[in-house]
Design a protein around this ligand. Structure first.
Ligand SMILES: Cc1cc2nc3c(=O)[nH]c(=O)nc-3n(C[C@H](O)[C@H](O)[C@H](O)COP(=O)(O)OP(=O)(O)OC[C@H]3O[C@@H](n4cnc5c(N)ncnc54)[C@H](O)[C@@H]3O)c2cc1C
Length: 322
C-alpha cells in the first residue's frame, strides 16, 4: 500500500486526492480555509473566455473530465447565459456558432427577461456552477485529514518523503494554490503572476433565477440574494500573504457593471476577496519533479480551477512512476 500526502485541499488538492490510484492511502494536509481561494470562488465551470469570445485552453476535454468528476448534487442544472445587448452582438453569437473551437459551446439564443436590459441571452453549452464549499466539505470526509500546515518537507535517503519531521510518505503532491511555498522551493520560479479578485453578495428587487454574465457574473443564491463578481487585479508579489481587504473601488466597479444591464435596486450585503494562482503564461503547472522521485505538483489553475483540476489531476496520476 503506497502512502500519498496531498498538501492543500482546495479544488486542486481535492481532485488529486479523489483521483489517486487504487491501492494508495491518501492523507491530506490543509492548514485552514482562510487562505483557500477555492472557498471564495464562484465555482463557475465555464469553457469560454466570454470577454474575448474564445474557447478556454483544452476546454472540451477539461469540461468532459469536470462533468465526470463532480457529483450532480453539487452542480447547478442551469447553464451560464451571456447578456447580448445589441443586434450586432446577437448576430456575432450566431455567426460564431460555426467556429471550429468555440462553436460547440455557443448554445441557443433565448429572450432576455424583463429585469435585463438586453436583446437576447446566449446560452453557454456545457457550463454549470459547482457549489464549491459544499463539495469540498463532502470530499474532505473521505480522507484522513490533518489541519497542520506543512512546515517541513524533505526527502530521506530511502527516497521516502518526510512531512513535519514526523510522517513518512511514498509520494507528496503539492496543491498549495497561490501560496506555493513548497512548489517554489523544489521547482524554483514557476512563473506565478498572482491576481486578486473581489466579489459581492447583493440583494436586488429583480427576480433573477438565471446565471448571467456581462463583464462580470451575476449568480442567484436564492431568496433574492445574488452573487456579483469578480474583479481581476494584479499586484500580489508573494504567495505568503492574506488576501487584501475588500476595496471600495472594486465594489463600485462591480455595481457600475451590473447597473449597465441589470434593472432594479441593488443593496450590497457583503464583500470578500481571494487570490488566484495565476501564471504569466496563463497555463497551469502540473506533473512530477524531474529529479525528485515521488514529488508531484498541481497548481497555477488561475481563474479556471473548477474546469481544469479534474483533467490535470487525471493526467498527473496517469504519468506517476512509483
Ligand atoms: C473572487 C474569486 C472568484 C473566483 N471564481 C472562480 C470561478 O467561478 N470558477 C473557477 O473555476 N475559478 C474561480 N476562481 C479561481 C479559483 O479560486 C482558483 O482557480 C482555485 O481556487 C485554485 O485552487 P487551488 O486548489 O489551486 O488553491 P486553493 O483553493 O487556494 O487551495 C490551496 C490550499 O492549500 C492550503 N495550503 C497551502 N500551503 C499549505 C501548507 N504549507 N500546508 C498545508 N496547507 C497548505 C491552503 O490553506 C489552501 O486551503 C476565483 C477566484 C477568486 C479569487
Amino acid at each position: 500500500m503506497k502512502r500519498v500526502a496531498i498538501v492543500g485541499f482546495g479544488i486542486a488538492g481535492s481532485a488529486a486526492a479523489r483521483l489517486a490510484p487504487e491501492g494508495c492511502t491518501v492523507v491530506v494536509f490543509d492548514a485552514g480555509i482562510l487562505r483557500c481561494s477555492s472557498r471564495v470562488a464562484t465555482g463557475l465551470v465555464n469553457p469560454i473566455v466570454l470577454k474575448r469570445r474564445r474557447a478556454v485552453w483544452r476546454a472540451k476535454e477539461a469540461l468532459e473530465a469536470a462533468h465526470r468528476m463532480y457529483p450532480a448534487e453539487f452542480c447547478s442544472t442551469e447553464p451560464i447565459y451571456e447578456v447580448l445587448q445589441t443586434a450586432a452582438e446577437v448576430n456575432d453569437w450566431g455567426a460564431l456558432q460555426d467556429h471550429p473551437a468555440l462553436g460547440e459551446f455557443l448554445g441557443e439564443l433565448v429572450d432576455a427577461p424583463e429585469y435585463v436590459r438586453g436583446l437576447k441571452l446566449g446560452m453557454v453549452r456545457g457550463s454549470f456552477r459547482l457549489r464549491i464549499a459544499a463539495y469540498l466539505d463532502w470530499a474532505s470526509q473521505h480522507f484522513e485529514f490533518s489541519k497542520d500546515p506543512v512546515v517541513q518537507l524533505r526527502q530521506l535517503d530511502s527516497g521516502a518523503w518526510l512531512i513535519n519531521e514526523s510522517q513518512e510518505f511514498d509520494s507528496v503532491v503539492l496543491c498549495e494554490g497561490y501560496q506555493a511555498r513548497w512548489a517554489e522551493h523544489f521547482w524554483g520560479d514557476l512563473g506565478f503572476a498572482r491576481t486578486w479578485g473581489q466579489g459581492l453578495r447583493i440583494q436586488s428587487t429583480a427576480d433573477s433565477s438565471l446565471m448571467l454574465h456581462r463583464k462580470h457574473f451575476l449568480v442567484p443564491e436564492g431568496e433574492g440574494i445574488q452573487h456579483l463578481g469578480s474583479t481581476y487585479s494584479w499586484g500580489i508579489e508573494h504567495g505568503d500573504l492574506d488576501p487584501p481587504k475588500a476595496d471600495e473601488g472594486h465594489t463600485q466597479e462591480l455595481l457600475k457593471s451590473a447597473k449597465s444591464w441589470f434593472e432594479g435596486e441593488i443593496q450590497v450585503l457583503d464583500a470578500w476577496t481571494g487570490i488566484r494562482p495565476t501564471t504569466k503564461d496563463r497555463r497551469p503547472r502540473w506533473g512530477w519533479h524531474p529529479e525528485l522521485k515521488g514529488l508531484g505538483l498541481l497548481n497555477g489553475l488561475g481563474s479556471r480551477g473548477t474546469l481544469h483540476a479534474p483533467l490535470l489531476a487525471t493526467e498527473l496520476w496517469n504519468s506517476a512512476k512509483f
